[in-house]
Design a protein around this ligand. Structure first.
Ligand SMILES: CC(C)(COP(=O)(O)OP(=O)(O)OC[C@H]1O[C@@H](n2cnc3c(N)ncnc32)[C@H](O)[C@@H]1OP(=O)(O)O)[C@@H](O)C(=O)NCCC(=O)NCCS
Length: 394
């Protein structure tokens, strides 16, 4: 018997299709979103239009149901989300139990979200059902419950009792406002709720980004929605993806320390360029002339900071200098995570919760993609270019 394995695909074909990181590869179809140099569209609606005129609940409905809701549809959808906000005792107990590990730093909020979503799956009667109707029911539950998980987790971190665990918040509050309420125990200002609402809209969907693609790969094996979302959360956590909003703020804090020690933004950046440090919150695989979402959040965040005074505004001033140098020297623009980091920071949101809040938003896009994949499935299974040993005898 020959020891050589005959190739299933000719080397020429595999090489012709090779692109490291799947850059520039069309890996599937979606009716949910188009990410283009010229604009970002959710089901045909441009992101500036949505940020100005829609709410997160409307956007989530649009993504899941395929059309803009009319007033009765929106009222029903909001009611369904409110009714599903409460999380079960087993998840509450998990959040309590994991508190010491979060304080030690062995468990970080993104990992806690991932495990909590796994637990939600175990107790969801629809978990193993991938039908259109079951997927829609699960999507609503996941969208409704992830803010409750984040809020209650923050209560554990702060050593406070859970906020309204019997209901998962205040039924009169919007999705964004209730998230802040659950995290702080205080009703947020209209402005704070609006800024978070807009950030949720901006983060909701972005076609085949790494975490959504992960969700689709998992769903493509006919695995379940909760499992796919767990994979999505794990992918989003990384600092090259969603974790960049936390990493961007940590970088700005390092620049501030550098300035206080007598340095300048310029000298920090010079050193970063010399050591090839990645500037977090900058660059994008698709957008090469700027991220359409970044200026929207930048304006809102700066306005929050302006009202608070110079101590808050300084972060946006440092950010402006970093952006100017990046553009002049590297021709690289900020992505949405850069203004997001500063905005959440001046709003007093704890840094380790920035990416979980991204989860609270992207949950809508993930669930819509998982449903789309299940409804028109084909296993996602690319090839790889083999770089190992030539065939040899054992
Ligand atoms: C998002 C990201 C992973 C896209 O990466 P990509 O499409 O693979 O782009 P590349 O890494 O090929 O970038 C092209 C060049 O720009 C540089 N570059 C890209 N982003 C950079 C950044 N944030 N800081 C410094 N240099 C950067 C690369 O080093 C590379 O330079 P080189 O050609 O001299 O090697 C990348 O821009 C990045 O790591 N950004 C920081 C993390 C981040 O903000 N992620 C959130 C994305 S929404």
């Amino acid at each position: 018997m020959s020891t050589a394995t005959p190739p299933t695909v000719s080397k020429e074909i595999a090489d012709a299709n090779f692109a490291k990181g799947l850059e520039g590869i069309m890996a599937g179809e979606t009716a949910l979103c188009s990410v283009e140099q010229g604009g970002l569209f959710y089901r045909g609606y441009e992101i500036h239009d949505l940020a100005k005129n829609a709410t997160f609940e409307e956007v989530a409905f649009l993504l899941l149901e395929g059309h803009k809701p009319d007033a009765p549809e929106l009222a029903r959808f909001k009611g369904e989300l409110v009714a599903e906000r409460k999380i079960s005792g087993s998840v509450l107990q998990f959040l309590k139990d994991i508190g010491p590990a979060i304080k030690r730093g062995t468990a970080v909020p993104m990992d806690v979200c991932r495990t909590a979503v796994g637990l939600l799956g175990h107790i969801d009667a629809d978990c193993q059902d991938n039908s259109v109707a079951a997927n829609l029911r699960k999507s609503k539950r996941l969208i409704a419950q992830i803010p409750t998980i984040i809020g209650h987790m923050q209560s554990v971190i702060d050593g406070r009792p859970f906020v309204e665990p019997e209901t998962g918040g205040d039924a009169r509050l919007s999705h964004a406002a209730n998230l802040l309420y659950l995290m702080t125990g205080k009703k947020p200002s209209d402005e704070a709720a609006h800024v978070v609402d807009v950030s949720l809209i901006l983060y909701a969907e972005h076609d085949f980004n790494a975490s959504t693609f992960t969700c689709r790969v998992i769903a493509g094996t006919l695995s379940d929605m909760h499992g796919a979302v767990c994979g999505g959360i794990a992918a989003l956590k990384g600092s090259l993806h969603g974790g960049a909003n936390e990493a961007a703020m940590e970088m700005l804090k390092r620049i501030d320390v550098h300035i206080k020690a007598g340095g300048t933004v310029e000298s920090y950046m010079q050193r970063a360029f010399e050591t090839k440090e990645k500037l977090m919150g900058f660059g994008h695989r698709v957008y090469k002339n700027g991220d359409h979402r970044a200026p929207i959040l930048s304006v809102l965040g700066r306005e929050v900071a302006r009202k608070q005074g110079p101590e808050s505004l300084k972060w946006f001033d440092i950010g402006d200098k970093v952006q100017k140098i990046m553009l002049e020297q590297k021709k690289i623009y900020p992505n949405v995570d850069f203004p997001c980091g500063m905005t959440y920071f001046v709003m007093g949101i704890p840094v380790p919760q920035y990416t979980p809040i991204f989860v609270a938003s992207r949950m809508s896009g993930w669930c819509a993609h998982i449903s789309e994949q299940h409804a028109n499935n084909r296993l996602i299974r690319p090839l790889s270019r083999y770089t190992g040993e030539a065939p040899r005898a054992w």
